[in-house]
Ligand binder design. Sequence first.
Ligand code: ADP
Ligand code: ADP
Length: 225
Amino acid sequence: ETLLSIQGVSKYYDDTLAVDNVHLEIQKGEIFALLGASGSGKSTLLRMLAGFETPTDGRIILAGKDITHLPPYERTINMMFQSYALFPHMSVEQNLAFGLKQERLPQGEIHDRVQRMLKLVHMEKYARRKPHQLSGGQRQRVALARSLAKQPKLLLLDEPMGALDKKLRTRMQLEVVDILESVGVTCVMVTHDQEEAMTMADRIAIMDEGYIAQVGTPMNIYESP
Ligand code: ADP
Ligand code: ADP
């Protein structure tokens, strides 16, 4: 079942063709990686999915609905930024509740969801801590919980391990995949790290100068020359 359909999407910045006629079908529950060198157009494509940029051409369909021109807050899509994007003056709990309060959910519902999210990412014991009192891996888990709390149809991850050192990164890749799979959320992630894409994704699209050079499972990609 297709959740996200990217249909002939292009993006020009003046004379630069940042994204070149991309067609992709992303399945419900899939973890999909956009892999490519710096400047290949990954972030631009992700920002168009989030609604921070408008395509020059093409359409983006989410769950059967054309969202190409919808503002970010009207999409049931959430972007997780690197872990330093947590609010430094708020506790873990307050960070998780923040977006839900903005959505004006009832107090009881907010409380329940925050508790569920803390449990999901194994942070129940750290609910009262501030981000600077957490390790890198813990901050990463809180950032993930915060983006999942709103229950988006689609989760976008921009270089999710970018703020972590090499050793922690490998462990967090597996942990994040576990969490995403237990929730069953559909996910598009951007990375320039081939190993990260191979470890985390169900399918990978390789981007090169704005276009999709290849799409396949990690096994397909690994076996091709
Ligand atoms: P990646 O995420 O793969 O590093 P980007 O999507 O950031 O690639 O960039 C793709 C191309 O678009 C690059 O040539 C980059 O310089 C250009 N680009 C990205 N954002 C902008 C912008 N806001 N204004 C002008 N050019 C941009
Ligand atoms: P994780 O593997 O979950 O990222 P670490 O192994 O880095 O955690 O840290 C182990 C313990 O040390 C954690 O319980 C964490 O609370 C604590 N800790 C790590 N960094 C800090 C810090 N900067 N301030 C306070 N406590 C920290």
